[in-house]
Design a protein around this ligand. Structure first.
Ligand code: FJE
Ligand code: FE
Length: 293
Protein backbone atom coordinates (compact mmCIF):
# COMPACT_ATOMS: atom_id res chain seq x y z
CA UNK A 1 0.00 0.00 0.00
CA UNK A 2 1.31 3.47 -0.82
CA UNK A 3 0.80 6.39 1.47
CA UNK A 4 0.22 9.89 0.21
CA UNK A 5 2.68 12.44 1.47
CA UNK A 6 2.01 16.18 1.50
CA UNK A 7 4.44 18.62 -0.07
CA UNK A 8 6.20 18.58 -3.41
CA UNK A 9 8.08 15.78 -5.07
CA UNK A 10 11.78 16.56 -5.20
CA UNK A 11 14.39 16.25 -7.93
CA UNK A 12 16.59 13.17 -7.67
CA UNK A 13 18.64 13.72 -10.82
CA UNK A 14 19.42 16.58 -13.19
CA UNK A 15 21.00 15.96 -16.59
CA UNK A 16 21.93 18.54 -19.25
CA UNK A 17 21.70 17.05 -22.77
CA UNK A 18 24.30 17.80 -25.41
CA UNK A 19 23.46 17.94 -29.11
CA UNK A 20 24.23 14.93 -31.34
CA UNK A 21 23.28 13.76 -34.83
CA UNK A 22 20.69 11.07 -35.61
CA UNK A 23 18.62 10.01 -38.63
CA UNK A 24 19.90 11.97 -41.65
CA UNK A 25 21.47 15.27 -40.65
CA UNK A 26 19.11 15.72 -37.70
CA UNK A 27 20.40 17.38 -34.56
CA UNK A 28 18.90 15.96 -31.39
CA UNK A 29 19.18 16.69 -27.68
CA UNK A 30 18.46 13.27 -26.14
CA UNK A 31 16.91 13.39 -22.68
CA UNK A 32 15.38 10.03 -21.68
CA UNK A 33 17.18 7.27 -23.60
CA UNK A 34 20.66 8.68 -23.16
CA UNK A 35 23.14 6.68 -21.03
CA UNK A 36 22.35 8.57 -17.83
CA UNK A 37 18.57 8.37 -18.28
CA UNK A 38 17.86 4.89 -19.61
CA UNK A 39 14.73 2.93 -18.70
CA UNK A 40 12.71 5.64 -17.05
CA UNK A 41 9.80 3.19 -17.22
CA UNK A 42 7.43 3.59 -19.14
CA UNK A 43 9.48 6.07 -21.22
CA UNK A 44 12.09 4.92 -23.71
CA UNK A 45 13.23 8.18 -25.29
CA UNK A 46 12.70 11.93 -25.44
CA UNK A 47 14.47 13.79 -28.25
CA UNK A 48 14.36 17.53 -28.85
CA UNK A 49 15.02 17.62 -32.60
CA UNK A 50 16.18 20.33 -34.98
CA UNK A 51 16.07 19.32 -38.62
CA UNK A 52 16.93 21.55 -41.58
CA UNK A 53 15.64 21.09 -45.13
CA UNK A 54 18.22 18.45 -46.07
CA UNK A 55 17.65 16.29 -43.00
CA UNK A 56 14.99 13.99 -41.62
CA UNK A 57 14.11 10.45 -40.63
CA UNK A 58 13.61 8.48 -43.88
CA UNK A 59 11.87 5.08 -44.17
CA UNK A 60 12.16 3.10 -40.90
CA UNK A 61 10.03 0.57 -38.96
CA UNK A 62 8.65 0.57 -35.40
CA UNK A 63 7.07 -2.18 -33.29
CA UNK A 64 5.95 -2.44 -29.67
CA UNK A 65 5.69 1.20 -28.53
CA UNK A 66 4.21 4.66 -29.26
CA UNK A 67 5.87 7.78 -30.65
CA UNK A 68 4.49 11.20 -29.77
CA UNK A 69 5.72 14.01 -32.01
CA UNK A 70 5.03 17.51 -30.70
CA UNK A 71 6.00 20.41 -32.96
CA UNK A 72 7.43 23.66 -31.61
CA UNK A 73 8.49 25.40 -34.85
CA UNK A 74 8.39 24.64 -38.57
CA UNK A 75 6.40 21.89 -40.28
CA UNK A 76 6.91 18.14 -40.31
CA UNK A 77 5.50 15.72 -42.86
CA UNK A 78 4.92 12.04 -42.34
CA UNK A 79 3.90 9.18 -44.58
CA UNK A 80 3.48 5.51 -43.75
CA UNK A 81 3.30 2.22 -45.66
CA UNK A 82 -0.51 2.18 -45.40
CA UNK A 83 -0.82 5.51 -47.23
CA UNK A 84 -1.42 7.52 -44.07
CA UNK A 85 0.04 10.97 -44.72
CA UNK A 86 -0.05 14.35 -43.02
CA UNK A 87 1.68 17.54 -41.94
CA UNK A 88 1.97 18.96 -38.44
CA UNK A 89 2.97 22.52 -37.54
CA UNK A 90 3.73 24.54 -34.39
CA UNK A 91 1.73 23.31 -31.38
CA UNK A 92 0.27 20.32 -33.29
CA UNK A 93 0.93 16.75 -32.30
CA UNK A 94 0.86 13.23 -33.64
CA UNK A 95 0.35 10.41 -31.14
CA UNK A 96 1.27 7.26 -33.06
CA UNK A 97 0.74 3.76 -31.67
CA UNK A 98 3.06 1.57 -33.73
CA UNK A 99 1.68 -1.64 -32.17
CA UNK A 100 2.51 -4.67 -34.35
CA UNK A 101 4.12 -2.57 -37.01
CA UNK A 102 4.50 0.72 -38.83
CA UNK A 103 7.01 1.68 -41.51
CA UNK A 104 7.12 5.41 -42.08
CA UNK A 105 9.08 8.52 -42.99
CA UNK A 106 9.29 11.74 -40.97
CA UNK A 107 10.69 14.77 -42.83
CA UNK A 108 10.52 18.56 -42.50
CA UNK A 109 8.53 20.48 -45.11
CA UNK A 110 11.48 21.93 -47.01
CA UNK A 111 10.05 25.43 -47.43
CA UNK A 112 9.19 25.61 -43.70
CA UNK A 113 12.50 24.28 -42.36
CA UNK A 114 14.13 24.13 -39.92
CA UNK A 115 11.70 21.97 -37.95
CA UNK A 116 11.96 21.94 -34.17
CA UNK A 117 10.04 19.72 -31.79
CA UNK A 118 9.94 16.88 -29.30
CA UNK A 119 9.57 13.18 -29.90
CA UNK A 120 8.66 10.97 -26.94
CA UNK A 121 8.66 7.15 -27.05
CA UNK A 122 6.28 5.43 -24.63
CA UNK A 123 6.57 1.71 -24.08
CA UNK A 124 3.40 -0.38 -24.49
CA UNK A 125 2.17 -2.94 -21.96
CA UNK A 126 2.70 -6.54 -23.07
CA UNK A 127 -0.99 -6.95 -23.99
CA UNK A 128 -0.90 -3.94 -26.37
CA UNK A 129 2.46 -4.49 -28.09
CA UNK A 130 0.89 -6.29 -31.07
CA UNK A 131 -2.22 -4.10 -31.32
CA UNK A 132 -3.41 -2.53 -34.59
CA UNK A 133 -1.47 0.67 -35.35
CA UNK A 134 -3.38 3.86 -34.52
CA UNK A 135 -2.91 7.59 -35.03
CA UNK A 136 -4.31 10.33 -32.83
CA UNK A 137 -3.63 13.68 -34.44
CA UNK A 138 -4.41 16.98 -32.76
CA UNK A 139 -3.97 20.47 -34.08
CA UNK A 140 -2.78 23.12 -31.63
CA UNK A 141 -6.32 24.52 -31.32
CA UNK A 142 -7.70 21.09 -30.37
CA UNK A 143 -5.40 20.70 -27.36
CA UNK A 144 -7.24 21.91 -24.21
CA UNK A 145 -5.61 24.52 -21.93
CA UNK A 146 -5.71 24.97 -18.19
CA UNK A 147 -5.20 28.52 -16.94
CA UNK A 148 -5.00 28.15 -13.14
CA UNK A 149 -3.82 31.75 -12.67
CA UNK A 150 -2.83 34.77 -14.75
CA UNK A 151 0.47 34.12 -16.50
CA UNK A 152 0.30 30.32 -16.32
CA UNK A 153 -0.95 28.41 -19.39
CA UNK A 154 -0.85 24.62 -19.37
CA UNK A 155 -1.55 22.70 -22.58
CA UNK A 156 -2.98 19.32 -21.62
CA UNK A 157 -1.56 16.98 -24.28
CA UNK A 158 -2.37 13.88 -22.21
CA UNK A 159 -3.84 13.35 -18.77
CA UNK A 160 -5.32 16.06 -16.60
CA UNK A 161 -4.33 19.42 -15.14
CA UNK A 162 -6.37 21.75 -12.90
CA UNK A 163 -9.66 20.15 -13.93
CA UNK A 164 -8.91 20.11 -17.68
CA UNK A 165 -8.60 16.69 -19.37
CA UNK A 166 -7.12 15.53 -22.66
CA UNK A 167 -9.12 13.26 -24.97
CA UNK A 168 -6.01 11.38 -26.10
CA UNK A 169 -6.33 7.64 -25.40
CA UNK A 170 -3.25 6.36 -23.60
CA UNK A 171 -2.72 2.59 -23.47
CA UNK A 172 0.04 3.26 -20.98
CA UNK A 173 -1.41 5.80 -18.50
CA UNK A 174 0.50 8.99 -19.36
CA UNK A 175 0.50 12.67 -18.42
CA UNK A 176 2.04 15.11 -20.91
CA UNK A 177 1.75 18.82 -20.09
CA UNK A 178 3.26 21.88 -21.80
CA UNK A 179 3.75 24.82 -19.41
CA UNK A 180 4.25 28.48 -20.29
CA UNK A 181 4.82 30.66 -17.22
CA UNK A 182 5.34 34.40 -16.83
CA UNK A 183 8.07 35.66 -14.41
CA UNK A 184 7.47 35.40 -10.63
CA UNK A 185 4.80 32.68 -10.69
CA UNK A 186 4.43 29.51 -8.66
CA UNK A 187 2.23 26.61 -9.68
CA UNK A 188 1.46 23.22 -8.14
CA UNK A 189 0.73 20.31 -10.43
CA UNK A 190 -0.86 17.08 -9.20
CA UNK A 191 0.79 13.94 -10.56
CA UNK A 192 -0.60 10.47 -9.74
CA UNK A 193 1.67 9.19 -6.97
CA UNK A 194 2.43 5.88 -8.73
CA UNK A 195 3.78 7.63 -11.88
CA UNK A 196 7.43 8.06 -12.84
CA UNK A 197 7.98 11.60 -14.06
CA UNK A 198 10.40 14.19 -15.35
CA UNK A 199 10.56 17.80 -16.49
CA UNK A 200 12.37 18.90 -19.65
CA UNK A 201 13.27 22.58 -20.08
CA UNK A 202 12.72 24.46 -23.35
CA UNK A 203 13.11 28.14 -22.41
CA UNK A 204 14.01 30.15 -19.29
CA UNK A 205 14.94 28.92 -15.82
CA UNK A 206 12.55 27.21 -13.41
CA UNK A 207 12.88 26.27 -9.71
CA UNK A 208 11.38 22.96 -8.67
CA UNK A 209 10.34 21.36 -5.38
CA UNK A 210 10.75 22.72 -1.85
CA UNK A 211 14.52 23.03 -2.48
CA UNK A 212 14.04 25.08 -5.67
CA UNK A 213 16.31 22.94 -7.87
CA UNK A 214 17.13 24.84 -11.08
CA UNK A 215 15.95 23.64 -14.48
CA UNK A 216 17.22 25.16 -17.73
CA UNK A 217 16.76 24.56 -21.48
CA UNK A 218 17.91 21.06 -22.61
CA UNK A 219 17.92 19.93 -18.98
CA UNK A 220 15.99 16.93 -17.63
CA UNK A 221 14.90 16.92 -13.99
CA UNK A 222 13.87 13.47 -12.75
CA UNK A 223 11.12 13.52 -10.10
CA UNK A 224 11.36 11.49 -6.92
CA UNK A 225 9.14 8.44 -6.44
CA UNK A 226 8.12 9.05 -2.87
CA UNK A 227 4.34 8.81 -2.87
CA UNK A 228 3.96 12.59 -3.04
CA UNK A 229 1.06 13.79 -5.14
CA UNK A 230 2.19 17.21 -6.38
CA UNK A 231 5.12 19.05 -7.86
CA UNK A 232 5.79 22.72 -7.15
CA UNK A 233 7.35 24.82 -9.92
CA UNK A 234 8.32 28.52 -9.81
CA UNK A 235 9.78 31.15 -12.09
CA UNK A 236 11.87 34.14 -10.98
CA UNK A 237 12.98 36.92 -13.34
CA UNK A 238 12.38 35.11 -16.64
CA UNK A 239 9.40 33.56 -18.36
CA UNK A 240 9.71 29.83 -18.88
CA UNK A 241 8.56 27.07 -21.23
CA UNK A 242 8.91 23.40 -20.29
CA UNK A 243 7.12 20.05 -20.41
CA UNK A 244 6.11 17.80 -17.52
CA UNK A 245 5.83 14.14 -18.53
CA UNK A 246 4.83 11.28 -16.22
CA UNK A 247 3.50 7.76 -16.64
CA UNK A 248 2.58 4.53 -14.95
CA UNK A 249 5.65 2.27 -14.89
CA UNK A 250 4.97 -1.06 -16.64
CA UNK A 251 7.47 -3.11 -14.61
CA UNK A 252 7.72 -5.68 -17.41
CA UNK A 253 10.82 -7.24 -18.99
CA UNK A 254 12.36 -5.05 -21.71
CA UNK A 255 14.12 -6.23 -24.86
CA UNK A 256 15.06 -3.45 -27.28
CA UNK A 257 16.86 -3.45 -30.58
CA UNK A 258 16.79 -0.05 -32.22
CA UNK A 259 13.23 0.60 -33.32
CA UNK A 260 11.74 -2.69 -32.05
CA UNK A 261 10.83 -2.78 -28.34
CA UNK A 262 9.48 -6.06 -26.96
CA UNK A 263 9.60 -8.12 -23.77
CA UNK A 264 11.98 -10.93 -24.79
CA UNK A 265 14.94 -11.50 -27.11
CA UNK A 266 12.87 -14.10 -29.05
CA UNK A 267 10.25 -11.43 -29.79
CA UNK A 268 13.01 -9.11 -31.08
CA UNK A 269 14.21 -11.82 -33.49
CA UNK A 270 10.55 -12.35 -34.54
CA UNK A 271 10.19 -8.62 -35.19
CA UNK A 272 13.27 -8.58 -37.43
CA UNK A 273 12.11 -11.67 -39.33
CA UNK A 274 8.56 -10.29 -39.68
CA UNK A 275 9.90 -6.99 -41.01
CA UNK A 276 12.24 -8.73 -43.49
CA UNK A 277 9.61 -11.19 -44.73
CA UNK A 278 6.75 -8.69 -44.66
CA UNK A 279 4.44 -10.59 -42.30
CA UNK A 280 2.49 -10.27 -39.02
CA UNK A 281 1.80 -6.57 -39.46
CA UNK A 282 4.63 -5.75 -41.89
CA UNK A 283 2.80 -7.04 -45.03
CA UNK A 284 2.88 -3.61 -46.67
CA UNK A 285 6.57 -3.09 -45.90
CA UNK A 286 7.62 -5.18 -48.92
CA UNK A 287 8.90 -2.90 -51.62
CA UNK A 288 7.44 0.23 -50.00
CA UNK A 289 9.24 3.55 -50.39
CA UNK A 290 7.91 6.86 -49.22
CA UNK A 291 7.22 9.59 -51.77
CA UNK A 292 8.47 12.39 -49.48
CA UNK A 293 11.91 11.17 -48.32
C1 FJE B 1 15.98 6.65 -34.41
C2 FJE B 1 16.95 6.17 -36.91
C3 FJE B 1 15.86 7.01 -36.75
N1 FJE B 1 14.75 10.68 -32.82
N2 FJE B 1 13.15 12.42 -33.23
C4 FJE B 1 17.57 5.59 -35.84
F1 FJE B 1 15.30 7.55 -37.82
C5 FJE B 1 15.36 7.27 -35.48
C6 FJE B 1 14.17 8.14 -35.34
C7 FJE B 1 14.19 9.28 -34.42
C8 FJE B 1 13.33 10.39 -34.51
C9 FJE B 1 12.31 10.79 -35.34
C10 FJE B 1 11.76 12.00 -35.09
CL1 FJE B 1 10.52 12.60 -36.10
C11 FJE B 1 12.18 12.81 -34.04
C12 FJE B 1 13.74 11.23 -33.47
C13 FJE B 1 15.03 9.50 -33.40
O1 FJE B 1 13.19 7.92 -36.01
F2 FJE B 1 15.53 6.84 -33.19
C14 FJE B 1 17.09 5.82 -34.58
N3 FJE B 1 17.69 5.25 -33.47
FE1 FE C 1 9.58 7.02 -36.56
Amino acid sequence: MSTLVKGSRSIIKSVLSRPRMDGVGALVYRSIGDTELRNHDPFLLLDEFNVDKDGGFPDHPHRGFETVTYMLEGQFQHEDFAGHKGTIGPGDLQWMTAGRGIVHTEMPVKTQAPAHGLQLWINLPKEHKMCEPQYQELLDGQVPRANPQEGVVIKVIAGESHGVSSKVYTRTPTMYLDFKMAPHKTVEQAIPSSYNGFIYGLKGTIFVGEEGVEGKPHQTLVLSEDGTETIKISTKDEEAHFVVIAGQPLKEPLAQRGLFVMNTQEEIVEAMVDFQRGQHGFERAKGWHSTIA
